[in-house]
Ligand binder design. Structure first.
Ligand SMILES: [Mg+2]
Length: 397
């Protein structure tokens, strides 16, 4: 049997937002549940439970239509901070399996597992262990796909949803790919699909058997790329968003955001989370970075070096917010990340010369108290007022 040269996993939580809601309110179990905005606000479905999907409801569908399809549908406005907390837990689990993870959204990531089989066992075993860890920590189910080719792992995670585990062994990639419709390939949108179907190509297998030069003459580089994918060749690597020596938090939004207050609020929330992790680990950092991804996937990263290391929420927030305003073009934003690097053990902070010593001590005590309360009662019990306003706005859907 062919050997594993590379091992890629794609992990995708099942009906993530809806599953979190059902977990937290067992009376919803077995009911058709959706998370999304109200019909009167022209809301759309952002997640549908598997019960709701039986009625043909899916995400991105207008809520009015969903309610027509299923009159006893339970609609919840959604609680973003809850999803974010669950997401933090999941990403932490991924990091415990591989240093190379590439989050695609709150509930989905690629993991590069190449070489870890020597430590953790065969791919099937690792897949089971990832699912088990997620279940034990969050009481949520995930579907896992494992393959020797990156994009095939993503196709595999979708094959036995929910609670699935599909391992595509080396040498069997083509058996899995070839019967699938071409629309399942990355980079085949409606227009490419139409053009391919016009020349009789319907399945990935059809595409793989077409003469490569012919495809290149019709579609240029794109044709070459598609032919590679159809033949199970994908040279893309797992691209970790931040290096391992940084503390960062980033969030992809369910819809693109342009509201400056909300965006600043996200920066504050992320600064809060990052600084809390720094303090928990007893370290501080002197480089603050901000990452922005626009609606068209253009991504910009900016960083600035402070005079000395810090783990202070406000300092990190003010620096990140400044970077945000220097960078932001007012275009709709899909993702914001805040990170701190240049890490050193705490205690090496230079004193902030502009703040009187008393005020500094007060602030440090306040921060320590907040961390202690959060440790005892859970994150999110003590949050800056600005964040509370965002959570309220979320609540309206
Ligand atoms: Mg998902």
């Amino acid at each position: 049997m062919p050997k594993w040269n590379r091992i890629f996993a794609h992990v995708d939580m099942d009906a993530f937002y809806a599953s979190v809601e059902i977990r937290d309110d067992p009376s919803l179990k077995g009911k058709p549940v959706v998370v999304g905005g109200a019909t009167r606000h022209r809301g759309v479905v952002s997640a549908a439970s598997y019960e709701a999907r039986k009625f043909g409801i899916h995400s991105a569908m207008p809520m009015a239509k969903a309610e027509r399809l299923c009159p006893r549908l339970v609609r919840l406005p959604g609680s973003f901070s809850k999803y974010r907390d669950a997401s933090d837990q999941i990403m932490e689990i991924f990091r415990s399996f591989s240093p190379k993870i590439e989050p695609l959204s709150l509930d989905e990531a690629f993991l590069d597992l190449t070489g870890i089989d020597r430590l953790l066992g065969p791919p099937e075993q690792v897949g089971c262990d990832i699912k088990k860890s997620i279940w034990e920590t969050t009481h949520l189910t995930a579907s896992v796909g494992i393959a020797p080719v990156k994009f095939v792992a993503k196709i595999a995670s979708d094959m036995e949803k929910p609670d699935g585990l599909v391992v595509v062994k080396p040498g069997t990639v083509e058996n899995i790919l070839h019967p699938l419709p071409i629309s399942r390939l990355w980079g085949v949108g409606p227009r490419t699909r139409e053009a391919l179907e016009a020349i009789g190509i319907r399945t990935i297998g059809d595409l793989a058997s077409v003469d490569r030069e012919n495809l290149i003459s019709r579609f240029g580089q794109h044709g070459e790329h598609l032919h590679d994918l159809a033949s199970g060749i994908d040279r893309r690597e797992v691209i970790p968003d931040w290096d391992a020596k940084s503390y960062s938090h980033e969030l992809t939004f369910a819809r693109d955001l342009v509201d400056v207050d909300t965006l600043e609020g996200v920066v504050l929330d992320e600064a809060h989370r990052v600084s809390r992790r720094l303090r928990k680990d007893g370290v501080s950092g002197k480089v603050v970075q901000l990452k922005l991804r626009y609606h068209d996937f253009r991504t910009v990263t900016r960083r600035t070096t402070l005079e000395g290391p810090t783990s202070d929420t406000e300092r990190i927030y003010h620096t990140a917010r400044h970077l945000f305003h220097e960078t932001w073009t007012q275009a709709p934003v899909r993702l914001i990340g805040v990170g701190v690097s240049g890490i050193s053990p705490a205690g090496s902070e230079t004193l902030d010369l502009f703040a009187p010593a008393q005020a500094q001590n007060r602030r440090r005590r306040l921060v320590e108290t907040i961390d202690r309360i959060e440790e005892r009662f859970g994150q999110g019990k003590v949050v800056p007022a600005k964040l509370l306003r965002i959570q309220d706005a979320d609540g309206e859907g």
